[in-house]
Design a protein around this ligand. Structure first.
Ligand code: R5P
Length: 302
């Protein structure tokens, strides 16, 4: 089985290749003086299924989409069999609806473009809201990070903690983790200003339940699909700190960690920060590589 690794973020792709025992398809990559990128596939792909792992990092989402498009399209032009592209973090996923009239539903447009470029399957990890990609049917696959998180939490904290969903959008996945781990969970309700994106309201879903949990546990884990500015997690942690002196662990699948975000978390009273390696970041204590390997082995032939 052969895999292309995005030259701009090789670490995760390299883990996938070494763990999965895949062959690497070489690429020549360069950036012209005017900033335009250049790709050349080195090797024969005709008739072969190819996996592509596209990297992503802060401020790099647009480039990440473009790299994915160029690589996928070129592989198809060269006669590859099925092209399965993995965006460990799916760019633009949060703009998944028209919050205000006239807005571009970027999440959908990106998926349409990648599909149009020739991807037979588009996969990602913990996409913000999977429904927007429903039009692609089984050509869009969302890989859940729950198994790697549960292994990590079990190893670190046993069952001596409770989980917290920072907003209603995360309650489902937090409930699932709580079920697998046999620990309790609770959550918050968050309201954003649709125009500015600022958080204008944050309240516990059930304050009595929260007070009961803090009286019984010394560790709380706040789990979110992503951190960007750190505004959500910092607001949640500050609110928790009004009632909880224990250890607060902030856990994120996609660690964009924009400048200032870590400072916000520290100021709010976080005890520990942990993320996966879907995005290049300094807190990636666990890897989604095993999940991507399992997925690619299921879908790639040859
Ligand atoms: C929003 O619904 C997401 O799940 C995250 O809570 C949010 O995107 C995090 O962004 P920030 O760190 O800027 O608050």
């Amino acid at each position: 089985m052969v895999v292309v690794i995005d030259p701009c973020y090789e670490e995760l792709g390299a883990k996938v290749v070494s763990l999965g025992g895949f062959d690497v398809l070489d690429l020549e990559y360069k950036v012209f003086p005017d900033g335009e990128v250049y790709f050349r596939v080195l090797g024969d792909v005709s008739g072969r299924d190819v996996g592509v792992v596209v990297g992503c990092f802060p401020f790099g989402q647009s480039d990440c989409v473009l790299r994915g498009l160029f690589i996928v399209r070129t592989l198809k032009d060269l006669g590859a069999g099925r092209v399965v592209v993995v965006f460990p973090y799916f760019p633009f996923a949060r703009q998944d609806k028209r919050f205000l009239s006239g807005e571009c539903v970027s999440a959908r447009v990106v998926a349409e473009l990648v599909n149009f470029a020739g991807a037979d399957v588009i996969a990602t990890v913990d996409v913000h809201a999977v429904d927007v990609y429903g039009f692609l049917g089984d050509r869009f696959v969302n890989i859940s990070s729950v198994p790697v998180w549960c292994d990590f939490f079990r190893r670190e904290f046993g069952r001596d903690f409770f989980l917290v969903a920072p907003d209603e959008g995360r309650v489902g996945v937090v409930r699932e983790m709580a079920r697998v781990l046999g620990v309790p969970y609770t959550g918050f309700r968050k309201v954003r200003d649709l125009r500015t994106g600022a958080i204008v309201g944050l309240e516990l879903l059930d304050e009595r339940e929260f007070l009961d949990l803090v009286s019984r546990f010394d560790i709380a884990v706040v789990f979110d699909d992503m951190i960007s500015t750190g505004g959500t997690a910092a607001r949640v942690i500050s609110k928790m700190r009004e009632m909880f002196n224990g250890r607060i662990v902030a856990a994120f699948t996609h660690g964009l960690f924009l400048p200032g975000s870590v400072r916000k978390l520290l100021k709010a009273g976080v005890s520990e920060i942990v993320a996966t390696d879907t995005v290049k970041n300094a807190f990636s204590k666990l890897s989604v590589a095993p999940l991507i390997v399992d997925f690619l082995k299921k879908v790639l032939r040859g």
